[in-house]
Design a protein around this ligand. Sequence first.
Ligand code: HEC
Length: 153
Amino acid sequence: MKLHFKAASLGLAISLATAGAVADVGQDDRVKLVLEPHERHLVLLEMRNFLQVVQTITDSAIREDMKTVAEAARSMGSGAANQIPPETVAKLPETFTMLAGTVHTTFDVIALDAESLGDPMHTMRQMGTLLQTCNACHGIYQVATEPFPALKR
Ligand code: HEC
């Protein structure tokens, strides 16, 4: 019984490792964006707003409330007030700003299509594409948690 369990968990560990899910346990090899604490706060705040809007769009699309889909998507589109100051943007790598730009323009298209087509399934397909961009960036970058003034020794 015990052996059975061990064999099963070994199998699971191997399949997870093959999938890359548990590779490099305890080590985050993603590129570090070194930001000041207040800049890190603004970037992460924007991220949480992204997730909030993803929720609103998903909820609204399944209720076929395309007006709310369009409003929510537009609030994160390229015309939305940019919360990240230019001096912070200047510190971000080109690939990062390009992927961020893709997210904003995808929200633009989601808003326009929600208004002109009013097709929730189309919106959800666009959300699938949008989330690929979120995941692509998350796979490449992390925000460095140092140097934090309070942690300097
Ligand atoms: C241009 C790169 C980029 C894109 C695009 C991106 N993110 Fe992020 N996101 C990051 C980085 C970097 C972090 C910090 C990760 C870390 O340090 O581990 C982050 C963190 C987050 C967090 C955690 C916030 C917190 O308070 O800790 C959420 C939620 C999130 N992203 C949601 C999203 C969603 C949803 C999308 C797509 C709509 C998205 N992100 C697109 C780079 C990106």
